[in-house]
Design a protein around this ligand. Structure first.
Ligand code: BES
Ligand code: MN
Ligand code: MN
Length: 462
């Protein structure tokens, strides 16, 4: 396939401006106040797929937010690539910490993005990365270089658990049939160290509530004589890790797929600077499970983290009170072979069993999903490797990520195909955080690399 660069040069300003328009719509799936904006974004994505040369584009209604589906089938005998992405974004909070409003995109240079980066919620996760595929499609169709069939499936509920997508995939297996699934919704090591994500962690997300007395009490009159739900909750949470930072839930590690010494050694070869890592986060030292490196802790090991905790008085000044209730939200990141529903049960049983008799504990499971690993000897991975070699001039490093895209494991189960995770974001792009951004260079590099993947995947399938 010809180099995409001349076309990119000619059209890059338009590509950037179109993405900026998309980023202006606050498609926050978690907040129902933005319902109309989420739906409006689906329409914009639909129009962009039509403009990019898809033959059939439709808005598919679901019990939740719509899924945008598009396709161009040029020959049923050729392979089919299914592109998945999401048009919804995380809430922008805390809004005060943004240097510019989250839905008014601006381009600024940073140390890691000397060509400039677009600052806006969703710029990297995932509107910017999803839109690379739309523009790569435009390039392939308008230059008559689309080598195979393409299907697009862009959803609006990824950030809240992809419930409707699961529903949709189960009902549309024929429509979604494909030879490989391609997703850009992850990251890479650095612009000069290309990498392909070969794993995602699973997830179990639960909420816990500890109730003591039937009402808030004077902490002088009752303190010491009744269970304080906040004291109890924090003690219970603290007990979930031992002094080596292993998780104490019985059976939690039973099914964990450990890596061989050889695989761990290979992982350790990926470039990583602990000094820079600490510097970027302003921390004196790292912290985690004994016996594992930082990169192992955040990718191949399961974790348990409190994501939020509340209860009692948090207003100005002091109020002497024992709250009636205390709560927390807890996420567990899981690794291959751990079943999220089983882990959720283990957590629930354990958490209930460690509660003192003086309180009542309620555990409410939220969403979850299984981990996923892409085998590096599959055709799709090899094609992706070739595509990166072409555009980066280097062989990409396979790297397992700590993040989760729970729907990927479901794709494998329902559609029987592998997923290639070609992410172009950097860890420092601040996804889910204030000042999220996506490098212009990364955006264009994605648009350059994707058509090469289509080319090599089609060639190698012959
Ligand atoms: N795109 C992210 C996941 C991701 C980011 C994976 C970077 C690897 C590297 C996705 O949008 C996301 O935020 N997923 C959630 C899970 C979801 C069920 C809310 C996550 O990982 O917390
Ligand atoms: Mn995402
Ligand atoms: Mn996300």
């Amino acid at each position: 396939m010809k180099s995409v660069l001349p076309y990119l040069d000619q059209h890059k300003n338009r590509f950037i401006n179109e993405l900026i328009e998309l980023l202006k719509i606050p498609s926050i799936s978690a907040d129902s106040n933005y319902k109309n904006d989420v739906i409006r974004t689906a329409d914009v994505v639909k129009e962009s797929l039509i403009a990019a040369g898809c033959d059939k584009v439709e808005i598919c209604e679901t019990p939740g937010y719509p899924i945008v589906y598009g396709e161009k089938i040029i020959d049923p005998n050729l392979p089919t690539v299914l592109v998945y992405g999401h048009y919804d974004v995380q809430p922008p909070d805390p809004i005060d910490l943004w240097d510019s409003p989250p839905f008014e995109p601006v381009i600024k240079k940073t140390e890691l993005h000397p060509e400039g980066a677009i600052f806006a919620r969703g710029s990297c996760d995932d509107k910017g990365q999803m839109y690379m595929h739309v523009k790569a499609m435009e390039y392939m169709t308008s230059t008559n270089q689309l080598p195979c069939n393409v299907k697009f499936m862009i959803e609006g509920e990824e950030e809240i658990g992809s419930e409707s997508l699961g529903w949709f995939v189960e009902r549309n297996q024929e429509k979604l049939s494909n030879d490989i699934i391609l997703i850009s919704d992850t990251g890479m090591i650095a612009p000069d160290v290309p990498s392909i994500t070969t794993g995602l962690r699973g997830l179990s997300y639960v909420e816990v509530e500890v109730t003591g007395p039937n009402r808030d009490l004077h902490s002088g009159l009752y303190g010491g004589a009744v269970a304080n739900p906040i004291n109890v909750l924090t003690k219970m949470i603290a007990s979930l890790h031992d002094e080596d930072n292993h998780i104490t839930i019985p059976g939690f590690y039973d099914k964990v797929d450990g890596l061989s010494a050889e695989e761990r050694a290979k992982m350790g070869e990926a470039p990583f600077s602990l000094e820079n890592y600490k510097k970027a986060l302003d921390i004196h030292s790292v912290y985690g499970e004994k016996g594992y490196t930082t990169n192992e802790r955040n990718s191949i090991r399961p974790t348990l983290d409190v994501n939020g905790i509340w209860g009692g008085y948090i207003g100005e000044g002091a109020k002497t009170v024992i709250a009636s209730k205390a709560s927390a939200k807890i996420s567990m990141r899981l690794v291959p072979n751990q079943d999220w529903e089983e882990i959720t049960k283990l957590f629930k049983n354990h958490f209930e069993s460690i509660a003192p008799e003086a309180v009542t504990v309620k555990v409410t499971p939220h969403h979850g999903g299984q981990a996923y690993v892409t085998p590096i000897d599959c055709l799709g991975y090899k094609a992706a490797e070739k595509a990166y070699e072409e555009t980066f001039g280097k062989t990409p490093i396979p790297q397992r990520s700590g993040g989760s895209i729970p729907i990927v494991a479901l794709f494998e189960k329902e559609l029987k195909s592998k997923t290639i995770l070609m992410g172009f974001g950097l860890d420092s792009d601040a996804i889910h955080s204030p000042n999220e951004h996506f490098g212009i260079w990364n955006y264009l590099k994605g648009i350059e690399t994707i058509p090469q993947f289509f080319h090599y995947f089609t060639e190698m399938s012959k």
